[in-house]
Ligand binder design. Structure first.
Ligand code: MTE
Length: 337
């Protein structure tokens, strides 16, 4: 983002290789034991699946979460021969500026975030506005597992198994009025538990805000996630509720959401407000439109390091063109980056 141009050396903290994620007998035994401890491991998990989750730390899922675990198997979308990023990398290399600007800060500091009780306000152009306790907010939805690529605007990427539900299901529940054209999301503002909001990091005018066009939000790939790797979201990944829009740069996927508003005007989003020439409202992953300070043609798939940079070509819409390109027919993606 604005802080620094990422260097290959930024990503070397893990020496876990994707291969190590797959079956070794020791891992399998460990995973099975861990699987017993991780009550939130999906019901359908086989020994192979459990091995994929071998390094997942147990969470402390609230009771409503366990009841909603998906009964269907891996919902990989266009991710066939790509290894899932090890849990350790996905949870220790984060952007969550409310907890600091270094990649390790969220894991180090987000423990102070209290995610229970949690409430979500739904307001604006909706027939059914309200403030909901999270367990009530979640009642209508069944969780689905979605394995998606996550591509950060800083040119690193991961593959993450999320658990969530399509935003389209929420929209059906809350009944947007005919004036609703966009959906706006807001992160918790709580300087007591969020050191980044106390630090006078003047660039961001808290709370963090993101938004989507209504038709983007209706796309089946756009989900609200409450879990990853078969367990509830760790705080540093945006517990208890975050957005996941896999064809857009990661900064669109706003974390720890407390407010969802249906609005008639395009919302002012955080990074666009800071530097509109660098971070657009659309933020669709696009290898042909460079960030003014670095190329977007390639990306580093984590885990990556100085001696194993793991570089690959960036895919248009992060590999989800078939599902989303039609949303942008007639739109100049160079201007609407
Ligand atoms: N949401 C909030 N509230 N604050 C943030 O700083 N960072 C964004 C996004 N959501 C951010 C946020 C960025 S830049 C990215 S790349 C992703 O979260 C990173 O998600 P991850 O840490 O789970 O990989």
């Amino acid at each position: 983002m604005l802080i620094k141009v990422p260097k290959a050396s930024d990503c070397h903290e893990s020496d876990v290789t994707p291969e190590s994620f797959y079956l070794s007998r020791r891992n399998l035994l460990g995973a099975t034991v861990a699987g017993l401890a991780v009550s939130s491991l999906p019901r359908w998990a086989s020994a192979d699946d459990a091995a994929r989750y071998a390094d997942v730390e147990p969470g402390k899922a609230p009771s409503w979460f366990a009841e909603k675990l998906p009964s269907t198997k891996w919902g990989a979308v266009n991710v066939k021969d790509e290894a899932i990023t090890p849990f350790k990398d996905a949870t220790h290399y984060n952007n969550f500026y409310e907890f600091g600007t270094d990649k390790g800060d969220p894991a180090a500091n987000a423990g102070a975030l209290k995610t229970e009780p949690w409430s979500v306000v739904v307001d604006g152009e909706v027939g059914k506005p309200g403030r909901y306790a999270l367990e009530d907010f979640m009642k209508p939805y069944q969780l689905e597992e979605r394995i998606y690529r996550l591509r950060c605007v800083e040119a690193w990427s991961m593959v993450i198994p999320w658990m969530g539900f399509p935003i389209s299901a929420l929209l059906k529940e809350v009944e947007p009025t005919s004036k609703a054209k966009f959906i706006r999301f807001e992160t918790l503002q709580d300087p007591k538990s969020m050191p980044g909001q106390r630090s006078g990091f003047a660039l961001i005018d808290w709370p963090y805000i993101e938004g989507l066009r209504l038709d983007e939000a209706m796309n089946p790939l756009a989900i609200l996630a409450v879990g990853m790797y078969g367990r509830e979201l760790p705080n540093q990944n945006g517990a208890p509720l975050r957005l996941v829009v896999p064809w857009k740069y990661g900064f669109k996927s706003i974390k720890s959401i407390v407010r969802i508003s249906l609005v008639s005007e395009q919302p002012k989003t955080t990074w666009q407000s800071i530097a509109a020439d660098e971070y657009g409202f659309y933020a669709n992953v696009n290898p042909t439109v460079d960030h003014p300070r670095w190329t977007q043609a390639r990306e580093r798939r984590l885990p990556s390091g100085l001696f194993k940079p793991n570089v690959r070509d960036t895919q248009m819409f992060n590999g989800y063109s078939d599902e989303v390109a039609s949303l942008y027919t007639g739109l100049d993606l160079r201007k609407n980056y």
